[in-house]
Design a protein around this ligand. Structure first.
Ligand code: GUN
Ligand code: FE
Length: 420
């Protein structure tokens, strides 16, 4: 039996908009599973070693529910075009380089390390169309201690001559990839890139595979108006974008749909009714001038909403930065909505970047006993203060700003995967 006792100011988000704080408390996990948060060390653990972080903040680690691994090399560049031009000009040529396995290993080793160092311990990630590169990505994430899902991207149209599979290739490579997946913490996910990049035949087969193997699904939905027009042209039989996925069995409570910026009331109802997960990618939506997703309306209507960095449409892996981007986007949305919708509070946005994703992984929000231990330890900003701050105030400031190297330790499924 392995016991882990972390001492510090323990902060978690057990409910949307609510924080639970145990000052100078103990977060205890046994065999990787949380036992509880305690103000006083229970007697049964009095002989155990304590990892004492003093006055530091111990909080939940992050879930990045939408990002593109092969776009890591283009982080922070090429933000001068709308989605479809951006894909053709920058993205597809960059992703096509992931056929060189030596480069792949180097890039993904660094990406996996950076995720761990930034406190992201759960991911749902797009790879490229390449089977081998996808397996290398999964191995690097596994070795770095990250958990979650990765998908080999499927695309058999509109990728240009250098970045496209035939329908047969796309299917057979996916089947071979699934057979080769054998990782403890990183599992496969069916990943049609988006409707414009997948023929009906491919979508149908992917829906069949997902059902047969009971696999989760990830894709993009209603991100940009140019994309909506193209989908309409490709699927005149469908009233709305979501129907192009639903038609082929790619629309259920294990489906993640990134963006949903332009999803209207009817599309949002379809998302809610099916239990589909809307992944809000605020940084990317701003960078690619896609729009401001009606995140507060989605939440009020009861949709499952989680956050994604969507690198490299998004320019930051840090989920702290993506959380504050979501807050800012909700404020822009409030202005657009004639001050009728509320913006996200820090506590609410933190919940979306941490606890909201827990049920997708079969767990409960917050540091609930029974959950696996996913946590980070963060040191405060060192600005001069005019008065002592409460732990709650320190949490808020920490979400917005930290000194370089502020993340002292990261735990993922009970294991310490980063630490000084
Ligand atoms: N839609 C289809 N592919 C992509 C992608 O790589 N990034 C974003 N933001 N949207 C997409
Ligand atoms: Fe994306």
């Amino acid at each position: 039996m392995e016991t882990r006792i972390i001492k510090g100011n323990i902060i978690s988000a057990p409910e949307f908009g609510k924080l639970e704080i145990t000052e100078k408390g103990y977060l205890i996990a046994v065999d990787g599973k949380i036992k509880g948060t305690f103000q006083k060390l229970p007697d049964e653990f009095s002989d155990c070693t304590i990892e004492d972080y003093g006055d530091a903040l111990v909080m939940q680690s992050f879930a990045d529910m939408h990002l593109h691994a092969p776009q890591y090399p283009m982080l922070g560049m090429g933000m001068d075009m709308p989605l479809l031009d951006w894909l053709n000009t920058y993205t597809f040529p960059t992703e096509s380089c992931f056929k060189d396995n030596k480069f792949v290993r180097k890039a993904y080793h660094r990406l996996a390390y950076e995720l761990a160092a930034k406190g992201t311990t759960r991911v749902c990630m797009f790879s490229s169309i390449h089977r081998e590169a996808t397996l290398i990505l999964m191995e690097e994430l596994e070795n770095a201690g990250i958990t979650g899902y990765v998908g080999k991207v499927n695309m058999d149209r509109n990728g240009g001559k250098d970045y496209q599979e035939t329908t047969e290739e796309s299917i057979s490579e996916t089947v071979k990839w699934l057979e080769a997946c054998n990782f403890e913490h990183i599992k496969p996910m069916i990943t049609p890139r988006f409707t414009p990049a997948c023929t009906d035949e491919l979508m149908q087969e992917l829906g069949r595979i997902a059902k047969e193997k009971d696999l989760p699904i990830q894709s993009h939905l209603s991100e940009n108006t140019g994309e909506l027009a193209l989908v309409k042209e490709l699927h005149p039989d469908c009233v709305q974008y979501w129907e192009t996925y639903a038609k082929y069995g790619l629309w259920n409570d294990k489906t993640l749909m990134a963006h949903c910026v332009w999803s209207d009331a009817r599309e949002r109802k379809a998302i809610k009714d099916a239990g589909v997960w809307a992944v809000h990618c605020a940084s990317s939506n701003e960078n690619l001038v896609s729009g401001y997703a009606p995140v507060r309306v989605m939440l009020n209507e009861g949709l499952n909403v989680v956050l994604g960095s969507d690198i490299a449409g998004g320019d930051h892996l840090s989920m702290f930065k993506n959380i504050t981007a979501a807050i800012r986007a909700s404020k822009a949305r409030r202005i657009m909505d004639d001050w009728k919708t509320d913006f996200l509070t820090v506590e609410e946005a933190f919940y979306l970047g941490t606890s909201a994703a827990a049920p997708f992984f079969g767990e409960k929000p917050g540091f609930t006993p029974g959950n696996s231990l996913h946590a980070i330890v963060v040191e405060d900003e060192t600005l001069p203060m005019v008065r002592p701050l409460s732990v709650h105030e320190r949490f808020e400031r920490c979400v917005y700003r930290r000194e370089h190297g502020a993340i002292l330790a990261v735990y993922s499924e009970g294991r310490k995967i980063f630490g000084k």
